[in-house]
Design a binder for this molecule. Structure first.
Ligand SMILES: O=c1[nH]c(=O)c2ncn([C@@H]3O[C@H](COP(=O)(O)OP(=O)(O)OP(=O)(O)O)[C@@H](O)[C@H]3O)c2[nH]1
Ligand SMILES: [Mg+2]
Length: 201
């Protein structure tokens, strides 16, 4: 395999997948190059359901193997929210800063030990006429009280990676790509891709 389509319009994800796949010698294409394709409605209740429906819709449309990523942040104090609504938590405009502000407002006054959270990533690999394969990865952390760092995307500036003492946005892209929910899920997908190489050529 030397090229893979990722069913996403999220530039942050595209950049991370490009870096993650570069070390595997695989070029990443995405829906950013196909702006006329409508967003696929995320009607699932779980990351897995949404990843599956995005991957299968685009694999059918293009008749090629496709990976989709459905991911988000689950905060324990908020009973797992924003969860599958992470991208649109503060509204349909999908504004990272507005999403962060909403989370920080909801956690105002909540003490450090109650600010635990984790990122989830479900990846679905859909290959026309084959059964869709699913893998998942998580990354544990804690929500800070202020934004710190410029790297990454989404909620990275308020997600403290406790063992590093830094937010995800303070890590370099290589550091994030060693520990992130996405990187962990992709490692699992690697195994599947190796096993299923014959399907992808
Ligand atoms: O700080 C973060 N670091 C991450 O590593 C990360 N991964 C996911 N997220 C959040 O979860 C939403 C995904 O929602 P999502 O899977 O529906 O994607 P999306 O709607 O942005 O694009 P698409 O792939 O659906 O086209 C994103 O927008 C972000 O808010 C992250 N935040
Ligand atoms: Mg989405």
């Amino acid at each position: 395999m030397n090229e893979i389509m990722i069913a996403t319009k999220n530039i942050g994800k595209v950049k991370e997948f490009s870096d993650l796949f570069a070390s595997r010698g695989v070029k990443v294409k995405s829906l950013v190059d196909f702006p006329n394709i409508d967003d696929i409605e995320e009607t699932g209740e779980t990351f897995v359901e949404n990843a599956k429906l995005k991957a299968e819709a685009i694999a059918t449309k293009f008749n090629i193997p496709v990976i989709a990523d459905d991911s988000g942040l689950s905060i324990d104090f908020l009973d797992g929210r924003p969860g599958v609504y992470s991208a649109r938590y503060a509204g349909e405009q999908k504004n990272d800063r507005a999403n962060i502000d909403k989370v920080l407002a909801e956690l105002e006054g909540v003490p450090t030990e109650k600010r635990s959270a984790r990122f989830h990533c479900a990846l679905a690999l859909a290959i026309p006429d084959k059964e869709t394969q699913i893998v998942e990865g998580t990354c544990e952390g804690r929500i800070t009280e202020d934004l710190l760092g410029e790297n990454g995307f989404g909620y990275d500036p308020i997600f403290l990676v406790v063992e590093k003492g830094l937010t995800m946005a303070q890590l370099s892209k290589d550091e994030k790509n060693q520990i992130s929910h996405r990187a962990k899920a992709l490692k699992k997908l690697d195994k599947l891709l190796q096993e299923r190489e014959e399907f992808i050529r």
